[in-house]
Design a protein around this ligand. Structure first.
Ligand SMILES: NC(=O)c1ccc[n+]([C@@H]2O[C@H](COP(=O)([O-])OP(=O)(O)OC[C@H]3O[C@@H](n4cnc5c(N)ncnc54)[C@H](OP(=O)(O)O)[C@@H]3O)[C@@H](O)[C@H]2O)c1
Length: 339
């Protein structure tokens, strides 16, 4: 068994072990990777449950994020080193700049096969070398959660050193954002349902923390913490259930990066604050290869290490996704391949 696949129906119970023999050579124009590790994103859970794209053809190898070693080059491939350690980019067809229609059709872990496999065949334009100081498991955390946080803060940013960022919850994207804010000189307010997780966020450098269960009107607390001004930027991963408070928590002229749907996708949120406060609402869809490469350079320069919550063997991928569904994690959940 070297692969976990969703075979003929959606649902965690329909994840099956499989043997997919590794080819000797990749197709022309492709590179072959022997995979070492993968990491989970909330999207993978939605995908496996059939909630992300109910029309996704099956079978599918889930999970967008992984790390592997280049073991063979297809005809015509140049500029890729055999033996180099790389992460495939979340979107295989997004080199730089604005996204095109093709971007959504080129994402790993749906519609394309993903990283819960011992090998992957990918485009040479869809890989980025991994910072040397990272373990396989740490490197596997970068492509989706890392690049999403980086895109919000460092590509579509309005942030400057000394500014204040609000991140919601302590999942993969939010903890990366806290770590990137630290290296950008930005102070961070973190919310969580758990005091224990908030203590860990403070250890990681959070400036202020709020338990959103104990303080359901957390936007008011955020305004009090910022002397009534509001934060410069909100990393909005909550979606329908949190957007109204995020618009309330951000300052006049600030930015809300719309990223997640943890509490749903539709609501009757009042949009007046967007115009009255001239808020910049920026949708984020992970990011390009150029953003991924820039993030990797920053991670290498600062020797930043992704926060890994728990590592599961490939055979226990279902348990790993169940762990994510339980919401007890802090940072990233990872999968390790044998050997
Ligand atoms: N647009 C994009 O490109 C993109 C990329 C990556 C992820 N996403 C989306 O971003 C969201 C987060 O993804 P992820 O992979 O980081 O997820 P994750 O690791 O599973 O994070 C989940 C955490 O978010 C917190 N949370 C849950 N419900 C919340 C709520 N109502 N208000 C505030 N915090 C809440 C919880 O933290 P506590 O336990 O601390 O409360 C939970 O543990 C998902 O909706 C995902 O689909 C979008």
């Amino acid at each position: 068994m070297n692969t976990i696949e969703l075979r003929d129906a959606f649902g965690l119970e329909n994840l099956h072990p499989a043997e997919r023999p590794m080819p000797d050579r990749p197709a022309p124009g492709k590179v072959l990777l022997r995979m070492h590790a993968a990491s989970l994103n909330f999207r993978d859970l939605l995908m496996v449950r059939g909630h992300y794209n109910p029309r996704q053809p099956l079978p599918l190898v889930p999970c967008s994020d992984g790390v592997g070693e280049v073991v063979a080059l297809g005809d015509g491939v140049e500029g890729v080193k055999l033996g180099s350690r790389v992460t495939p980019t979340f979107a295989q067809a997004w080199p730089a700049g604005e996204p095109s229609k093709d971007v959504g059709r080129s994402t790993l872990g749906g519609p394309l096969d993903g990283a819960l496999s011992g090998w992957m065949e990918v485009s040479p334009q869809g890989i980025v070398e991994v910072p040397e100081h990272l373990s396989h498991v740490e490197a596997a955390c970068l492509p989706c959660a890392g690049v999403t946080a980086w895109s919000a803060l460092a590509v579509h940013d309005t942030l400057r050193a000394g500014d204040t960022l609000l991140v919601l919850g302590t999942g993969g994207v939010s903890i990366f954002a806290l770590q990137f804010a630290n290296i950008l000189g930005v102070r961070t307010i973190v919310t969580s349902s758990s005091d224990e997780k908030l203590a860990r966020a403070r250890e990681l450098g959070a400036w202020q923390t709020i338990n959103y269960r104990e303080a359901p009107a957390w936007a008011k607390t955020v305004r009090e913490m910022t002397d009534g001004r509001g934060v410069d930027h909100v990393l909005e991963v909550g979606g329908a259930g949190t957007l109204a408070q995020s618009l309330d928590a951000v300052r006049h002229g600030g930015q809300v990066s719309l990223i997640g749907v943890l509490s749903g996708v539709s609501s009757d949120t009042n949009i007046l604050p967007v115009l009255m406060k001239q808020i910049r609402v920026q949708g984020i869809f992970v990011g390009s290869r150029a953003a991924h490469a820039a993030m990797s350079r920053a991670i290498a320069q600062h020797e930043l290490k992704p926060v890994v919550d728990k590592v599961f063997p490939l055979a226990d991928s279902r348990q790993a996704l169940e762990h994510m569904a339980g919401g007890g994690h802090f940072g990233k959940i990872c999968i390790e391949h044998e050997g």
